[in-house]
Every structure is written in C-alpha cells, then in structure tokens.
Design a protein around this ligand. Structure first.
Ligand SMILES: [Zn+2]
Length: 75
C-alpha cells in the first residue's frame, strides 16, 4: 500500500518540470510578431484576434465582409 503512495508522489514531482511550457511561450512570442492587417483601413490586429472580432470590424467600420477586409484569414 505504502509503495503506491510513494510512486504517485514521484509522478507529481516530475510533472512540475514542464519543458512543454517553455516551448509554448516562445511560440506565443513568435505569433505576436505577426499581425493581421485590415485591407481597407490598414489597422493591424494581433494574429490571435478571433474571427468574430475581425468580422465585426469589417461590418461595423466598412460595411464589408470579413473576406474583403481580411483576405486569407480563416474563419
Ligand atoms: Zn478596417
């Protein structure tokens, strides 16, 4: 019984070291360097901006579709 608890504790300690976390933050920096630019008014948005926000910009600012203002951006 005691061995099982010890093994679980060891697993938890190993889980604290998380090399994937470091790689993820680096990817985030690279992502932030790029941006989405509106083809109509040249306003730039973070590449992480969600499609609904881009669509809202296109519609409310220009009465256009997202495809017209942000060609190449996937919905
Ligand atoms: Zn615009």
């Amino acid at each position: 019984m005691g061995n099982g608890a010890k093994a679980a504790q060891k697993r938890t300690r190993n889980g604290d070291k998380n090399p994937a976390k470091q790689a993820k933050s680096q990817a985030k920096v690279n992502e932030a360097a790029r941006s989405i630019v509106c083809a109509t008014c040249k306003q730039s948005f973070l590449v992480t901006t969600r499609a609904p926000a881009l669509e809202q910009h296109a519609q409310s600012r220009h009465e256009k579709t997202m495809a017209q203002c942000f060609p190449g951006v996937d919905k």
